[in-house]
Design a protein around this ligand. Structure first.
Ligand code: ACM
Ligand code: ZN
Length: 778
């Protein structure tokens, strides 16, 4: 008996020690997206413990489900799961997290989150608004706080989204992702306060949604016999590839999304990007085929035959099943990248053009109007069933379907034009919102991507209503990022491409622009990344990279290196090519480099060193001399700092779009360099970037002439180089000529381009780009 008492006493003691000394973690409302108003107070905080219940008004099934979400979120962070209780609407809820409706809140997605010592109350005009308050609370709690009590500072948060449309798109045609992952993708949307999932279900490389009236769409159209390797390299992987969602699975996704206040907008891309459907039903094409589900990427001439009434019937039938599965107000009907080639030759299409009186004018061909006819017909069909269409900005070419919402992807121009015409617009410009682009310019360490350069900071800087007046801006429903998956074969890589760029987008979509601040955002991002980490997400970490800018200064004849990190980690550098360590020179201000150097820098954090930044700066006789390009100029998009780039002591590496290369669309390039005084020279060289997949070919000749007066030039060397024939080539090439030592003040270099892409290349016969950098004179 005594023994037992002692044991009881001991266990009671240790419990009380545990409860007084329990680990405490502090919550922070510095979340992403940043709420519009966060009023912290010095009043006592609320302590969330194992015993804290979540209460909701009895009879409200939606708030009950919200309570379940919140209980799960708290469980993921703390390991304990709060009890959930239905309570009478006017009950006092001391010590609880209470969910409630409040009709005085004006925005249907808005919420108020109030924390006092007595409890937390999240209220919304609707359950939807409460859901976003829950997202804020879950992100405020530390991601990993196993068993801990959470101290939540007293606060009143008043929040609502800036835009009503906050989307993410996913292409499941180029690569297919299982239903379980689609749910995870939707979970990620919810985490980032997004409300629209744009599901790109059909394309040339696979039809991914069951249509009962046309079973071959999935039997045939969802399977391709193999997949091209890399960027249409001409080599194939020999592995059949396929997959589709049954209607039942798609409905399950719709429901799963709906529970999280997310609308699924399906896309059936028409009349182009239809090879998968044509492979299944060749009679709907202009030529009758045969067609195959495409194993390569691109834009294909074989599109639907709009002249064939049976094709139109097919589309209407498909739409009828689509709208039966997807209750969304909007249906996306594509409209992008649909060549007119087949229609020009097709008797049926020409007959339709005649019968409908479709006429060419200065801006649009009759075939452009045939596309408009197709879009408008499908729009009419959907409008009759109470739905609205969205189309890519190509639908502005011709007569825009009258009630269409335009999704602007080729930059923002289409969206601006559509808004000016009074159409509603969703902004998804590739310049800010294409998450299939590289997120760093150090592409050699990256999984292969389509190209481009879209770092987190650039996504964050996006302003969807830029260039619009107030009236036009009202037509901008919101913004969305698109994830095309040609080069994204796995779910892990999907995560890598969207995280954390999605966090930057979330703040563009939700937070008022005057509240946005990139530096502060990155601090908040560190916190959100802990949640990604806990959930095992494969997120990209480039934001922690050492940021380096190397600016040429012609007057000082130097390069200024400016370095930074988002968290002000200590930075160390060397100039002699050795690896910097914590005992190297510490970086405190921009470094002026005025002679050849092999510059290296790292940020050193307790967890380890950042990726090394390396820049070779190499001075030659032409470096920082005056340079002119008297004939052809670089394309505006690839001009950057201009001609000085060619003599700034820094050589471009393998990304053509990071400012280190000048890109020329046409003509041979002439550069005249003034060495400042008569100088003895015997070698001239230049680099060119060859990236055949991106239609960038090398240099085919160098001619060098010299002059004392910049008028009379004497040729000293001329040499041709073979044009590239390997379609997969992606590397920097150096081209040089040497000659008898000669005196020169002015050096004229003519760099010959590759006149045409080689036979068999996707752009066969077309003129490739020429990207050059760093002309060296020795
Ligand atoms: C698109 O990127 N083709 C809409
Ligand atoms: Zn046709």
């Amino acid at each position: 008996m005594r023994k037992l008492n002692q044991a009881l006493l001991a266990s009671a003691l240790s419990l009380s020690v545990l409860s007084c000394g329990n680990v405490q973690e502090e919550a922070s409302y510095q979340v992403i997206p940043l709420p519009q108003e966060v009023s912290l107070s010095q009043a006592a905080p609320f302590k969330l413990t194992k015993g804290t219940p979540i209460v909701y008004p009895e009879g409200n099934a939606l708030l009950q489900r919200n309570a379940e979400f919140l209980a799960d979120y708290i469980n993921q962070a703390t390991g304990y799961k709060p009890e959930m209780k239905a309570v009478a609407p006017d009950s006092k809820n001391n010590g609880a997290i209470a969910l409630a409706l409040d009709s005085s809140i004006t925005n249907k997605e808005g919420y108020v989150l109030k924390t006092t010592a007595d409890g937390i109350c999240i209220s919304g005009q609707t359950e939807n608004g409460v859901f976003y308050g829950i997202q804020t609370l879950r992100k405020a709690i530390p991601a990993e706080a196993k068993g801990a009590d959470i101290v939540l500072p007293a606060v009143e948060i008043k929040d609502e989204p800036r835009f009503g449309y906050r989307g993410m798109h996913l292409d499941v045609s180029r690569h297919f992702f299982p239903i379980e992952f689609i749910k995870e993708y939707i979970d990620l949307l919810a985490l980032h306060n997004m409300n629209t999932f744009h599901w790109h279900l059909t394309d040339d490389q696979g039809w991914r949604i069951e249509i009962k009236k046309y079973p071959k769409l999935t039997e045939v159209g969802s399977q391709r016999k193999c997949t091209v390797i890399g960027h249409n390299s001409g080599k194939y992987d020999d592995t059949p590839y396929g997959g589709f969602y049954t209607q039942e699975q798609a409905r399950e996704i719709v429901k799963y999304a709906q529970e999280r206040y997310i609308t699924v907008i399906p896309e059936v891309d028409l009349p182009g990007h239809m090879l998968a459907a044509l492979a299944a039903y060749p009679e709907f094409g202009c030529t009758g085929g045969p067609y195959e589900v495409s194993p390569t990427w691109g834009i294909f001439d074989d599109v639907l035959c709009v002249g064939n009434e049976e094709t139109m019937q097919f589309l209407e039938d498909v739409m009828d099943e689509i709208i039966d599965i997807f209750p969304s107000k909007y249906v996306h009907i594509g409209g992008d990248e649909s060549p007119r080639t087949r229609w020009e030759k097709c008797p049926k299409c020409q007959a339709r053009i005649k019968a409908e009186g479709l006429k060419a004018d200065k801006k649009h061909s009759a075939e452009d109007r045939l596309q408009s006819y197709c879009m408008t017909r499908i729009e009419k069909h959907l409008n009759e069933k109470g739905r609205q269409i969205i189309g890519w900005d190509e639908i502005l070419e011709g007569d825009v379907a009258p009630n269409a919402t335009v999704m602007s992807w080729r930059g923002s121009a289409g969206g601006i034009k559509a808004a000016q015409m009074g159409h509603n617009v969703v902004m998804t410009p590739n310049t800010f919102c294409y998450f299939d682009y590289y997120q760093t310019d150090q592409t050699q360490d990256e999984p292969d991507a389509i190209g481009g350069y879209l770092p987190v900071e650039k996504v964050y800087s996006f302003e969807p209503t830029a260039e619009l007046n107030e009236e036009q801006a009202k037509h901008i429903l919101g913004a969305q990022a698109n994830l095309w998956t040609e080069y994204i074969p796995s779910t892990q890589q999907v995560e890598y491409m969207i995280l954390p760029r999605m966090a930057a987008l979330a703040e563009v979509q939700w937070t008022q622009p005057e509240k946005k601040d990139y530096q502060q955002f990155t601090q908040r991002l560190v916190k959100l990344m802990k949640l990604y980490q806990r959930d095992g997400r494969n997120y990209a970490k480039h934001v922690f990279d050492l940021k380096a800018n190397f600016a040429p200064n012609a007057e000082k004849k130097s390069v200024t290196a400016t370095l930074s990190t988002i968290d002000n980690a200590p930075i160390y550098y060397t100039l002699d090519g050795s690896t910097p360590t914590a005992s190297s020179q510490a970086y405190s201000a921009p470094v002026e480099i005025n002679q050849s150097a092999d510059f290296r820098a790292v940020a050193i954090r307790p967890e380890g060193s950042s990726k090394l930044v390396e820049k070779k700066i190499s001075f030659n006789k032409a470096t920082f001399c005056s340079i002119e390009l008297p004939d052809v100029k670089p394309a505006p998009k690839y001009t950057y700092a201009g001609a000085i780039t060619l003599v700034d002591g820094m050589k471009g590496t393998d990304s053509y779009s990071n400012g280190a290369w000048l890109g020329f669309i046409d003509g041979d390039v002439t550069a005249v360099i003034d060495l400042g005084q008569a100088t003895n020279i015997q070698r001239v060289a230049t680099d060119a970037l060859v990236d055949m997949g991106s239609w960038i070919a090398g240099c085919t000749g160098l001619t060098v002439s010299v002059s004392a007066d910049n008028k009379n030039f004497r040729q000293v060397a001329s040499q041709d180089f073979p044009a590239d024939t390997d379609f997969t080539k992606k590397q920097v090439e150096n081209y040089e000529v040497t000659f008898e030592p000669t005196e020169a003040r002015y050096v004229k270099v003519v760099i010959k381009r590759t006149p045409a892409l080689p036979k068999g290349h996707a752009g066969e016969g077309k003129t490739p780009y020429l990207f050059i950098d760093e002309i060296e004179v020795e």
